[in-house]
Design a protein around this ligand. Structure first.
Ligand code: NAD
Length: 340
């Protein structure tokens, strides 16, 4: 099969490209990525070395029809896997427009070109965050039927993209499948995200900045378990469906900070508390029984072990993350007011 993987130079996309070429030895992958601050060709150095004859990189913008069309004409993908997105909630508060442009209009542009050219499968990578948040003491979980109630510009832009995907399926019969996954962690994650942020701060001897509501919880999935889930969806997922992908491994922000410090054998007093970003979601928890029963997916990586390996990777790969720390760093707490 020939895949067009958008956003393949980012965290999850680069793992997916490596995962796919390793496990599907006859397949060809085109990595279509704009290389924003979050895209990093160094995530794929080993992929180029190992799979250079079955892999090509194309620098392009998913919101630019002519670049997307050219990639389809030249590479004739049968499967599209759409990871490309602006993905950092804090940036979405400072510059929401670029989230709606890439995440909504970019996805619609891809769908439109896929409609004209024809594809066998359009796999869209979404997030649990489209459902909105849950109270900390809630017994509720989000199912695929739960309404989308996004509360932040990032979450709203991802929900908008999901609606565009569903609309193209119902209106134009595009063979789409949507995955809604909880928080991913693993190697090669940009150091703005919480686990690498805490780890790299600790390694630099700096305090770990926890939002004041440090009891807010997230459900964690190892990035390789997410890649396996997408593989199952591409091969066996029912067209037009949405699948939640979650592990049930819920951790508070406080627990994450403690675990990182614990792995690094550093004292708990390295934590500091900073104001929450606006509309900071309290909790998301997915009901993932559909993908487990229909597709037989289950997470293989234990959270404690996966976190230990991830933190250890950051210890050993300072040269990878050091330069990224300076790239487009958000000034947390410097949020725009209503007027400007
Ligand atoms: P990331 O920020 O690490 O990577 C995003 C990639 O998209 C980058 O390589 C960037 O260069 C590229 N990109 C951005 N705008 C583009 C554009 N206009 N055209 C082409 N490429 C563009 O993000 P990630 O954490 O790897 O997330 C990948 C996808 O998975 C996103 O759609 C995100 O919403 C979704 N997701 C992420 C998580 C998570 O915990 N990280 C959880 C669930 C879903």
């Amino acid at each position: 099969m020939r895949l067009l993987v958008t956003g393949g130079a980012g965290f999850i996309g680069s793992h997916f490209v490596r995962y796919w070429l390793t496990n599907h030895t006859q397949d060809f992958a085109v990595n279509f990525d704009l290389l924003t601050y979050a895209g990093n060709p160094q995530n794929l150095t080993d992929v180029v070395e190992k799979f250079g004859d079955r892999y090509v990189f194309v620098q392009g913008d998913i919101a630019d029809t002519s670049s997307v069309e050219t990639a389809f004409t030249v590479h004739k993908p049968e499967i599209v896997v759409n990871f490309a997105a602006e993905s950092h909630n804090s940036w979405a508060i400072i510059d929401p427009g670029r989230f709606f442009r890439t995440n909504v209009l970019g996805t619609q542009t891809l769908l439109e070109v896929a409609r004209r050219k024809g594809v066998e499968r359009f796999q869209h990578v979404s997030t649990c965050e489209v459902y909105g948040d849950l109270p900390l003491d809630s017994g509720e979980t989000f199912t695929e039927q739960s309404p989308c109630r996004p509360r932040t510009p990032y979450n709203a832009s991802k929900a908008g993209a999901d609606h565009a995907v569903q609309a193209y399926h119902y209106t134009f019969n595009i063979p789409t499948v949507i995955s809604r996954c909880s928080n991913n962690y693993g190697t090669f994650q940009f150091p703005e995200k919480v686990i690498p942020l805490f780890t790299t701060k600790a390694l630099d001897g700096q305090p770990l900045p926890l939002y004041k509501h440090s009891q807010n919880r997230r459900e964690w999935v190892n990035v390789l378990d997410h890649c396996r889930a997408i593989d199952l969806m591409i091969h066996q997922g029912r067209i037009g469906e949405i699948y939640n992908v979650g592990t049930g491994a819920e951790k508070t922000v406080e627990e994450i900070a403690d675990s990182v410090l614990n792995v690094l054998d550093l004292p708990q007093n390295m934590k500091t508390y900073v104001p929450d970003r606006p509309s900071h979601d309290r909790r998301y928890l997915l009901d993932s029984s559909k993908i487990r029963t229909e597709l037989g997916w289950k997470p293989l990586v234990d959270f404690t072990e996966g976190l230990r390996e991830t933190v250890q990777w950051y210890v050993e790969n300072r040269q990878w993350w050091q330069a990224l720390k300076e790239r487009d760093a958000v000034q947390e707490g410097n949020w725009p007011s209503q007027k400007g």
